[in-house]
Design a protein around this ligand. Sequence first.
Ligand code: SAH
Length: 348
Amino acid sequence: MSTAALLKEISDGDVFDRAAVKALFDLPREDLFARADAVRKDNMGDEVFLRGIVEFSNVCANDCLYCGIRKSNHDVRRYRIEEEEILEVAHRMEGWQQTTIVLQSGEVAADKEDERIERIIRRIKTETRLAVTMSAGNRPHDTYARWRAAGMDRYLLRFETSDPDLFAFLHPDCDLEERIGCLKDLRGLGVQVGSGFMIGVPGETSDILADNILLCRDLDLDMIGIGPFIAHPDTPLAGQANAYAGDTDMFFAAVAALRIVNPKAHIPATTAFDAIFPHAGRDLVLQRGANVFMPNATPGRFRKNYMLYPDKPCVDEDDHQCSGCAAARVWSIGRVIGQGPGHSIKVR
Ligand code: SAH
C-alpha cells in the first residue's frame, strides 16, 4: 500500500491496533513527521504552552532501576526546596508567560511532606493565577484528594512501559496495576491526567512500543509525555544501550505516531530529547507532533542533584535563562506562546 493510501485508511478508520501503529513506524519518516505536524495543527493549533518545572525535592524511597535519583544512589545530595523559595519561583513564572507550574519530586511515604505540598499548592492557587500540575509518584488516594481540594489541576505519572513483566523488572517497589490504579484515582477526583513512557528501555520491542501508544489512547489521557531512555552510570542499567540506539529517528517516530493516535492530548517536547540532540531535540519534537514546552524552573544550585539521566541539559543555567531560551525556541520555529492555562481540550 502507498504511504498516502495507508495514511488515508488510518485516518478514515480511526481505529488503531498494534499492526496499524507499527505500520506508522515503517512509513517514510518525512511523511510520518509531516502528518503528525498536520494533526497537531488541526487539533491543538500553533500555540505552544510553557509550563515551568520545579524539581522541588529529590528525596526518594524507591529504587526504579533506570533513575539517577533512586534511593540506593548515595552519591546524590538530597534536598527539599523551602516553601518560600518555591513561591518566589511561581511568582517569577507569571512574568514569563508560563501559565502552569509543574512540581516534580521523588516519591516518599505519606507523611509531613504531603501536608507541606498541600500548603504549597494552596498558596500558589491563592497568590498566583498559575495552573498547578503535580508529579510526585504513586500516592494514596487520600493524599491526591487533599491536593485536589487545595487546588491541584493536573497530575503527571508515567506508566513507563505497558508490558507488566518489564514494568515489574524496572520497578522493585510497585507494579503496573497499582500505577494504573493511581491514574484512575486521579481521574475519579476530576484531576486532568498525564502519563506516558520511556522510549527504548532495554528489553522493549516494537510491539511494546506500539502497545505503549495504544495504552495512552485507552487511558484517554489529557497529557502524554514520552522521552528516550538514557542509561545512568550510577544505576543497575549503567551502560545499557537504548533499544533504538541504531535508529535514533525512532524516538521522533514514536512521538509522531503518538500524536496521530492521540490527536487531542497535550504532548510536551520532553527534556531527554535535548540530552540526546543538544539544543535541537525539543525543537524537532515540537515540529513532529508536540505542543508543550517545559522549561526548567528549578533554582540553579539544585539542578546537579536532580540528574535523572546523564547529560541532562540546562544544569548550569537558572530559571530566568531557561524561560528566555524556551520563548526564543518557540518563536524560532514560527509558533506562538500559548495564552491562558492550557487546560485539557477534552470534553468529558
Ligand atoms: N518520582 C516521580 C517523577 C519521576 S522523574 C515519578 O515517579 O513519577 C520523571 C520521569 O523521568 C520518569 O517518569 C521517567 O520516565 C523519566 N526518567 C527517569 N530516569 C530516566 C532515564 N534514565 N532515562 C530517561 N528518562 C528517565
